[in-house]
Write a protein that binds this ligand. Structure first.
Ligand code: G6P
Length: 606
């Protein structure tokens, strides 16, 4: 989604803005622009395309020269990616960058048109710029406070007023924005990586708070313009954590970071060999009272929830409903007071997951967020938080965040089962030890990278693929299929292996490779029967199995083996070859691995 940055200080503003925007490229975007104060005037440069296109445009034209400005990467929602629709928007007096969606923009546009304003772009953002201009009475703070009462939807806004050179104004509601605090320089940004090169200190702007930044000061006010005292946060990541560190792509780096991410996430929560989640108020008494659970998330995060469902239902015998957040929020879910709703999210800012959280709270549920981004909206709004410690995930396609989300779901499932009395303490210890070992198992699974690359070379000409599996392997098939399609643009679907014959098998030809995940011992023979069904119809088959599985030559064309773990824990390792196959397929096809087309890392609109 859109990325916002702003800089005021002594450095060359255009350089800082472009560098900061480059750290937000992972969010996904299709145009870029900046606005900089130059000799008391606001100069705007913007273009459709990537930051390199903006750089090229400025090389051929002019590069704004100043010390205060705002910048933006746009992920198109209202209006196609074009020079005109790119941000910043506004006029010579007031210039705006925006992340989010102004839901009542049509109404506002009509009103402003009646006041004589003419619109150049198709964006919702231009209405905010014009509304600010309409109400502007010489006092930026009062104008902003007025305008936010009239706009509906979500927004993070960076604003320049020509009458106030050397000042940046910012406000947000339901879209993230931080205020970076440096030495004689200050920043605004959608996310921490944008400012890490300059400072680690930042404030988290809360909903409807308005910030005013100069080179030497940051003042923050509430919606009634009362000053707000805020606690300064310090980023614990270092700059390297948000850099590629010698890897060709962030995705490959993040795949390789998984063993460590798992350790960092689980070890502080294991005491005397068993999970201890009391840090966020989860104790056995509370767990024993749970008879039904909801798990909500989007994309890969939701897939981690599906793995959690299998494990919780199997071990703890507690019913689990897993929902896509965008469906949950509108399907009027039946939630009883006090029931636990778990929200899983890497960014902690996904609009639908945030709305699902609010709905659950309105209905009296207890909410637990499993979140990677510290201090994000979902982490702050949920009743309880279990942070995953994956560090910054920059590649749009999620890898390490997924694995640590699963790891937390395992900790929860084990302790829940123990609290419910469905497993003994001995079994609890055995499962926990198995989870600890997965960190090494993942390391060994990553050694299969060459095999995965070879398999990928056999897939690059396919138009479509199927992923099949049963039980936990089906849950993994969903994630494998999503990874492949989002990265390589090859169509793929995942199916419960037993369901194929009820329709989808009609698609099988020699041109439809099938990736069969078959790691679950007790379902293995059943999956083999389904593999034979597709093989008999000419499909090329790639199998993912645990080491030691005897796969006959006529069953699979290629096999990739993962280390054997406790059966319930295989998803922790099975996901590795699935990630690697998707990664190498995309690389071999020449796709933009870290920034796949049309996708955004943090989806802050519904
Ligand atoms: C986007 C990303 C996915 C991610 C999903 C949920 O679609 O591209 O990789 O799984 O959002 O994001 P969240 O931050 O809530 O985990």
């Amino acid at each position: 989604m859109c990325g916002i940055v702003g800089y005021v200080g002594q450095q060359e503003c255009t350089d800082v803005l472009l560098n900061a925007l480059s750290k937000l490229e992972y969010r996904g975007y299709d145009s870029a622009g900046i606005a900089v104060f130059e000799h008391g005037k606001i100069s705007v440069e913007k273009t459709k395309g990537r930051l390199v296109d903006l750089e090229a445009k400025m090389r051929q034209g002019r590069r704004p020269d100043g010390h205060c400005g705002i910048g933006h990467t746009r992920w198109a929602t209202h209006g196609e990616p074009s020079d005109i629709n790119s941000h910043p928007h506004g006029n010579k007096r007031i210039t705006v960058v925006h992340n989010g969606i102004i839901e009542n923009y049509q109404e506002l546009k009509k009103f402003l048109s009646m006041q004589g304003y003419q619109f150049q772009s198709e964006t919702d953002t231009e209405t905010v710029a014009k509304l600010l201009d309409y109400y502007y009475d010489g006092n930026p703070l009062e104008t902003i406070a007025h305008v936010i009462q009239e706009i509906e939807g979500s927004y993070a806004l960076g604003i320049l007023f020509r009458d106030y050179p050397g000042k940046i104004f910012a406000v947000r509601k339901d879209s993230p924005l931080i205020i970076g605090v440096g030495d004689h320089e200050n920043f605004i940004a959608s996310d921490v990586p944008a400012i890490l090169k300059y400072t680690r200190d930042y404030y988290l702007l809360e909903t409807e708070e308005i910030a005013e930044l100069t080179e030497n000061s940051v003042r923050i006010f509430d919606a009634h313009l009362q000053p707000v005292d805020k606690e300064l946060q310090t980023a614990t990541w270092d700059v390297d954590a948000a850099e590629k560190g010698g890897y060709e792509h962030f995705m490959l780096k993040e795949i390789n970071e998984q063993p460590n991410a798992v350790k960092t996430t689980i070890m502080p929560r294991i005491q005397k060999g068993v999970p201890d989640l009391s840090e966020c108020g989860i104790d056995d008494e509370m767990l024993a009272g749970i008879d039904k659970l909801y798990v909500v998330g989007c994309g890969t995060a939701m897939h981690a929830g599906i793995v959690g469902r299998y494990v919780i239902e199997k071990l703890a015998r507690v019913e689990v409903n897993v929902d896509i957040a965008s469906e949950f929020r509108y399907r009027d879910p039946i939630i009883e007071k006090g029931q636990l709703v778990i929200l899983i999210t890497q960014s902690g800012e996904t609009a639908d997951t945030l709305a699902a959280l609010r709905l659950a709270k309105e209905r009296g549920a207890k909410t637990l967020a499993i979140v990677n981004a510290k201090g994000s909206s979902i982490a702050r709004d949920a009743d309880m938080v279990l942070y995953t410690h994956a560090g910054p995930e920059i590649s749009v396609a999620s890898t390490k965040a997924y694995t640590v989300q699963m790891a937390v779901m395992y900790l929860l499932a084990f302790r829940l089962a123990y609290a419910k009395g469905t497993i003994s303490e001995e079994r609890l210890k055995e499962l926990t030890a198995g989870l600890i070992r997965t960190s090494e198992d993942i390391e060994r699974a990553i050694l299969q990278a060459d095999t995965c690359q070879y398999i990928a070379s056999k897939l690059i000409n396919a138009d479509s693929l199927l992923y099949i599996g049963r039980g936990l392997d089906y849950a993994l098939s969903m994630e494998g299929s999503l990874k492949l399609k989002e990265l390589s643009y090859i169509h793929s679907e995942s199916y419960g292996a037993g369901e194929l014959k009820h329709g989808t098998i009609s698609l099988i030809t020699t041109h439809m490779p099938v990736i069969a995940v078959a790691t679950q011992r007790d379902l293995y023979e059943k999956t083999v029967s389904n593999i034979k069904e597709v093989k008999a119809r000419g499909a090329r088959v790639i199998m993912v199995c645990v080491e030691g599985t005897k796969v006959s030559g006529d069953l699979a064309d290629y096999v990739v083996y993962v280390p054997e773990t406790e059966q319930l824990l295989t998803p922790m390792v099975t996901v590795i070859p699935l990630q690697l196959i998707a990664y190498y397929t995309a690389v071999l096809k020449g796709c933009d691995v870290d920034k796949p087309r049309n996708l955004a890392k943090s989806v802050t609109v519904e």
